[in-house]
Design a protein around this ligand. Structure first.
Ligand code: VG1
Ligand code: CO
Length: 543
């Protein structure tokens, strides 16, 4: 087996977005495209010779081919060992768990998360550092810089390595170790949650449905929910990972997880419903005929954390992404712990968790997690909820309504406008920026603008500064509208409009969020001139 050095020229578009590099599959299949990016990673991270790397992905189309390329490149670049999930599978939180447990130098996770898969769908790759978390911006910037000047990559000439049987195979001077992708993760969950209490809840007739959406969490959910917790077989639906996710959109929200939603809102509905996304880091939580917004979910979990074994000592702090509602802030204030507001993307939570400043983190985009790993974690959130339900013996809806009665309700919704022409979207954002000087103090309907800015963040641990993280328009009554362009899409632009109003009055807590937020929604359309600029006034997806 010989190492080949292949000449290449840079691609200009290898800048990682909110969570790694995501492109159409056909872009990754272009000669040298994946190889350039992988070599740029290896050239930037400074792994000592003989280091161990973790590799796995969500099983989408091109996962296996990409892993073979990465293994051969790792061997040619001096790695000593690669831990790879059986069949090339590792959910994002499981990859984080493996990196931490076996203290590997870092990991490469292959996923485009909730984006559709298949030959015409999306593919993605991201690098995680030794703490198990997504590479921080200084690392992704170094990778991007390298990708702009790369002239060659190294790859071993070798036959493909079998990935379907657990065990070790030499590859050049390196060892490929195929590991069970589920057991380390499932074992970690058992250390955090009271499996006995959840088993008893399920044995007592509590019914649940978990929708793996034909994506990576199927094997994890079957092992944990059906095997270890004893839920009836069939509690996990769509549990076999498919390379094209059954032609679906593996995004756990009311729109894309409609199969589950129909069950949970239908006759004879189960007590609890949940879904996860393509790579297993997101979660949607449903009670019988009741949707829990991710922002509320974070707040409820924080308020109930000490009821759960892994968190009984209390929380050091909470962090949420800027567009996430301030429901968690109210819990943090009541608990007397700090609450941090970070830019969108899990990479911003890593330093806070490493420094012991926060225990729980969350994003409005169906992401919740804790310092047990350094990624958001879909099944973890499901188990946390089940543990709380087992202890409190109340319905999901009753728990959330009680929470609102105590803390008030941060009424919340996100409206996504997908597939906008790039130029129109950029112009729209520029227009809002240009309105900054005139907005503060102005009266818009019954709302008065208090401030508007473009969010920037100084990491309190390492002092790094991230600017341009989303426009905030705050009103005097504490309501707000936030605008951002997505950093994970692969086609055109996606505008996200985040809407939040605080409602302390219990007699108004029953209101549908779209009704309660109707005036703010209208104001957002007005300020952005959305219809005139894009021809649209109805969002593609509402969450
Ligand atoms: C979206 C979400 C963000 C999340 C990111 C990655 O990013 O808004 O909160 O961290 O996806 O999640 P954007 O830039 O499209 O708004 V995942 O499950 O795609 O890894
Ligand atoms: Co995801």
């Amino acid at each position: 087996m010989t190492v080949r050095t292949v000449s290449t020229t840079p691609f200009a578009d290898q800048k990682p977005g909110t969570s790694g590099l995501r492109k159409k599959v056909i872009a990754f299949q272009k000669p040298h495209y994946l190889e350039n990016f992988v070599q740029s990673i290896f050239d930037s991270i400074g792994a000592p010779a003989g280091s161990t790397l973790t590799v796995g992905g969500d099983g989408r189309y091109y996962n296996r081919e990409a892993i073979q390329i990465i293994l051969k490149m790792a061997a040619a670049n001096g790695f000593g060992r690669v831990l790879v999930g059986q069949g090339g599978i590792l959910s994002t939180p499981a990859a984080s768990c493996v990196i931490r447990k076996y203290q590997t130098f870092g990991g490469i996770v292959l996923s485009a998360s909730h984006n559709p898969g298949g030959p015409d769908g999306d593919f993605g790759i991201k690098y995680n550092i030794g703490n198990g978390g997504p590479a921080p911006e200084k690392v992704t910037e170094a990778i991007f810089d390298r990708s702009k000047t790369i002239t060659a990559y190294r790859i071993l000439e070798a036959v493909d390595v079998g990935l379907d049987v657990v065990g070790e195979t030499p590859l050049g001077g390196m060892v490929v170790q195929v590991i069970d992708p589920v057991s380390d993760y499932a074992d970690l969950m058992e250390t955090l949650f009271d499996f006995g209490a959840i088993r008893a809840l399920l044995a007592g007739g509590f019914r649940l449905k978990f929708d793996a959406m034909h994506a990576v969490t199927g094997p994890y959910a079957k092992e944990i929910i059906e095997q270890r917790l004893g839920a009836p077989v069939g509690s996990v639906m769509n549990g076999v990972p498919l390379t094209d996710f059954g032609n679906g959109h593996p995004d756990p929200n009311l729109t894309y997880a409609h199969e589950l939603v129909e069950i949970v809102y239908g006759d004879n509905a189960p007590d609890f419903g949940a879904a996860s996304d393509g790579d297993g880091d997101r979660n949607m939580i449903l009670g019988r005929g009741f949707f829990v917004t991710p922002s509320d979910s974070l707040a409820v979990l924080a308020a109930n954390a000490t009821r759960v074994p892994g968190y009984k000592a209390g929380l050091a702090g909470i962090a949420r992404s800027m567009p996430t509602s301030a429901a968690a802030d109210r819990v943090a204030a009541a608990l007397g712990i700090p609450c941090y507001e970070t830019p969108t993307g899990w990479k911003f939570f890593g330093n806070l968790m490493d420094a012991g400043r926060v225990t729980l983190c969350g994003e409005e985009s169906f992401g919740t997690g804790s310092d047990h790993v350094r990624e958001k974690d879909g099944l973890w959130a499901v188990l946390f909820w089940l543990n709380v339900l087992a202890v409190r013996d109340q319905s999901v809806e009753a728990i959330v309504r009680e929470h609102w009665a105590k803390f008030g309700r941060n009424v919340y919704s996100r409206h996504d406008y997908e597939g906008l022409p790039l130029e129109a979207a950029n112009e729209l954002m520029k227009h809002v920026h240009d309105s900054f000087p005139s907005l503060p103090g102005s009266q818009l309907g019954s709302y008065q603008v208090q401030f508007c800015d473009d969010f920037s963040y100084t990491d309190p641990v390492d002092g790094s500064v991230s600017t341009g993280q989303g426009v905030r328009i705050g009103f005097t009554d504490g309501s707000r509208v936030v605008l951002r362009l997505s950093g994970t899409g692969t086609e055109g632009a996606t505008l996200r409009i985040y809407l939040e109003a605080y409602e302390p009055d219990v007699s108004r807590h029953h209101l549908d969020a779209q009704v309660a937020l109707a005036e703010l929604i209208g104001l957002a359309l007005q300020v952005t001139e959305l219809k005139a600029r894009t021809g649209r006034d109805q969002p593609t997806v509402i969450t």
